[in-house]
Design a protein around this ligand. Structure first.
Ligand SMILES: C[S@@+](CC[C@H](N)C(=O)[O-])C[C@H]1O[C@@H](n2cnc3c(N)ncnc32)[C@H](O)[C@@H]1O
Length: 287
């Protein structure tokens, strides 16, 4: 990422979360607040789309379109994180929700009064805070903002450690980081997380060139690189297991794209499908 520019991919991911209930039925993930966080031109676009008759809105969505696959990946990972947080809270206390690389995440508003710390690149976090303040949108008192650049700062130097288990989400980000930054962040999180803490993250692996998903990934890489957010690290499940091993985290659950599609997107009539390169993992801090 460029040091002075807020993340454009964060805005794109938030836009797709806001678009999802407008064009997909039934929605997999509902985030009614996210529209208000978007840049004005995106809000106006969604307002106009929402005003169309349902059959016109549905026709906006092309079957098995690239945008549909990326939308599926983004809403499924957020739904998975919300489901895992709900089970962690049902199983016992969650001292804090730590949202790494938050972008335009709305968890602090949706899960209030749960204490939430958002960690993000300083440029993205500043943009989010200033935009919300300018629009008169209050930040919850339970929200703490912590600017950290994972490539230049050590998370363990900036982050405090709650005495009891916390829940961490780290979505839409590993592929933009170096392998060292991913490994360093896993180590830092383990140091700042009590045993029993849980961490949800997503990661992508290379897709065969020429396959439908290979073309989608190539186009996404090109688009994000042009937005000054080049993708840097692709991991197989075995590579992720290697990075996790010895950090103090254990793999509690791993979902490849097929498992995500079976769990969240089965029995639909719209072909909304997570692309094969997208993986989800739930880690647990060992004692
Ligand atoms: C695609 S967005 C994902 C945002 C959000 N988690 C979501 O799922 O919508 C990528 C996020 O990674 C953050 N990011 C990228 N590089 C970073 C770095 N070196 N340090 C901290 N955050 C970084 C960006 O600021 C942005 O918020």
């Amino acid at each position: 990422m460029q040091s002075d520019m807020p993340s454009q991919t964060a805005m794109a991911a938030a836009f797709l979360r806001a678009l999802h209930p407008v064009v997909d039925a039934p929605p997999v993930f509902e985030d009614p607040l996210v529209r208000a966080f978007l840049p004005g031109y995106q809000q106006r676009f969604l307002d106009r789309l929402s005003a169309l008759a349902p059959r016109w809105r549905r026709s906006f969505r092309q079957r098995r379109s690239a945008l549909g696959s990326m939308r599926a990946q983004i809403v499924v990972r957020s739904r998975y994180a919300d489901d895992a947080l709900a089970s962690a809270r049902a199983a016992g206390d969650v001292a804090r929700l730590l949202v790494l690389a938050a972008g335009l995440d709305t968890s602090a508003w949706r899960h209030a009064p749960l204490p939430v710390t958002e960690v993000d690149h300083p440029a993205t976090q500043r943009w989010k805070r200033e935009t919300l303040v300018r629009r008169g949108q209050a930040l919850p008192e339970t929200l703490r903002l912590l600017p950290v650049d994972f490539e230049r700062q050590r998370l363990e130097d900036e982050l405090d450690a709650p005495g009891s288990p916390q829940f961490v989400t780290w979505l839409g980000t590993t592929y933009y980081l170096s392998r060292d930054a991913i490994a360093g962040t896993l180590h830092a999180l383990a140091q700042r997380s009590a045993p029993g803490s849980r961490l949800v993250l997503d990661y992508w692996e290379e897709a065969p060139p020429g396959s439908r998903d290979g073309v989608l990934l190539w186009g996404t890489r090109l688009a994000t690189a042009l937005q000054f957010e080049p993708m840097r690290t692709f991991l197989t499940p075995q590579m992720l297991a290697g990075l996790v091993s010895g950090t103090g985290w254990r793999m509690a659950e791993a979902l490849d794209a097929d498992a995500q599609n079976r769990r969240y997107l089965a029995d639909r009539d719209d072909d909304l499908t997570v692309p094969a390169f997208a993986h989800l993992a739930l880690l647990e801090r060992t004692g």
